[in-house]
Design a protein around this ligand. Sequence first.
Ligand SMILES: *[C@@H]1O[C@H](CO)[C@@H](O)[C@H](O)[C@H]1NC(C)=O
Ligand SMILES: *[C@@H]1O[C@H](CO)[C@@H](O)[C@H](O)[C@H]1NC(C)=O
Ligand SMILES: *[C@@H]1O[C@H](CO)[C@@H](O)[C@H](O)[C@H]1NC(C)=O
Ligand SMILES: *[C@@H]1O[C@H](CO)[C@@H](O)[C@H](O)[C@H]1NC(C)=O
Length: 425
Amino acid sequence: MQCSWKAVILLALASIAIQYTAIRTLTSKPFQLCPVPSPQNCGLLGGSETESPIEGRAGCDDYPYFSFNASRKTHIMVLATTRSGSSFVGQLLNQHADIFYLFEPLYHVQTTLIPRLSHSRNAADRRVMLGASRDLLRSLYGCDLYFLESYIKPAPANHTTDKLFRRGASRALCSLPVCDAFGPTDANVEEGDCVKKCASLNMTLAADACREKRHVAIKVVRVPEIGDLRALVEDPRLNIKVIQLVRDPRGILSSRIETFRDTYRLWRIWRATGRRPYNLDLSQLTVVCEDFLGSVSTGLSHPHWLKGKYMLVRYEDLSRNPLLKTMEIYDFLGLPMDKSVEEWIQTNTRGSTELSAKHKYGTVRDSAANAESWRLKLSYDMVEYTQATCHKVLHQLGYKAVKSAEELKNMSLSLVQDKTFVPFS
Ligand SMILES: *[C@@H]1O[C@H](CO)[C@@H](O)[C@H](O)[C@H]1NC(C)=O
Ligand SMILES: *[C@@H]1O[C@H](CO)[C@@H](O)[C@H](O)[C@H]1NC(C)=O
Ligand SMILES: *[C@@H]1O[C@H](CO)[C@@H](O)[C@H](O)[C@H]1NC(C)=O
Ligand SMILES: *[C@@H]1O[C@H](CO)[C@@H](O)[C@H](O)[C@H]1NC(C)=O
């Protein structure tokens, strides 16, 4: 018969397939149908991440975790809360030539999923946010920027957008080859100039730029507790190092009152009138302190899953001695600090006072004084109230409470106790 050899081969193949299936069934390890992790199956390796509600995900081919040598990458996370100096720490990483930096990509998750609330205490909201956030962070550390597009409004067309939150804060997204508005010698492009002069962001080019860099750093202010990141930290495909940035809650409160004028309007009324409005939203303060307390307690208790991956930094220490502290941070990351980081510190902290009006980070200038300038801005009863609400975390982080208005305003008396937080190695 003419096709008999074909039949033999088919039979042989079928028998191999049957044996293969049998062997697979007998092995105890779970078998992954899709060799490349996608959000649907990454739970197999990284814990359950099924809460993310974004539909219509692409197939496995779109998740190139294993398509590059990930083992050599360091995935850096600056974990902080708003107005705690995280933009400054972000810049310390952004300036490094080998680091691809993203400024708070979870902004897009929050505005898409929970547009109403910026500090939701609702447990269900939080869970949804966290599941989606972990999925997104995992993708971004793998330089999969297309994944972020699901959360950008309006939805990017042809993988191009001009709505990426704070694109201008990321050096790689404002320079060649992602943006050709500036030459290779334009070292420090201002954020506003980047947004004005660069064409729409081509996400394909941005992802390529990310893969070109040896490391990825992401600033995160929308994850309340470090314990929420455990699945990510333990993910064997990632090499996460967490820098947890903390600041005196009294300083955070003061800074938020100045910055988020609408949201913190009642606190300003309190300060102006000397009376606490009855309808003041106290959760704006208690949430910060509870989250700090939970998060810092977890971090400092040195759970095994954080070994070698955790460093706590007080903003006040960084302000006092930016260069030294930055060196410690790079030490912890296991990366050499490069010249451009040092230069950026010189330009943006002490010295060069004539630039202070122009530079956004002018607030960090003369920093030691600045980190405690809240003392001149908050009234004593507000401080007293904050101290009572947050006394545990103040104590834990080494911030001194004041007992009188005189003490509060006496700037020759520092409220930051010397306290060393060594990285968990
Ligand atoms: C990945 O990179 C590291 C360090 O550069 C190297 O030792 C390792 O062999 C590489 N792995 C693969 C699979 O290429
Ligand atoms: C996307 O690209 C296609 C093909 O190049 C083009 O026809 C279409 O107009 C583009 N869409 C937008 C919104 O730019
Ligand atoms: C984005 O960049 C890629 C890679 O260079 C290119 O193929 C694509 O056409 C660009 N997209 C747009 C909309 O220009
Ligand atoms: C401020 O504190 C310092 C140090 O304790 C003290 O010597 C000084 O008298 C205080 N100044 C005022 C105005 O209370």
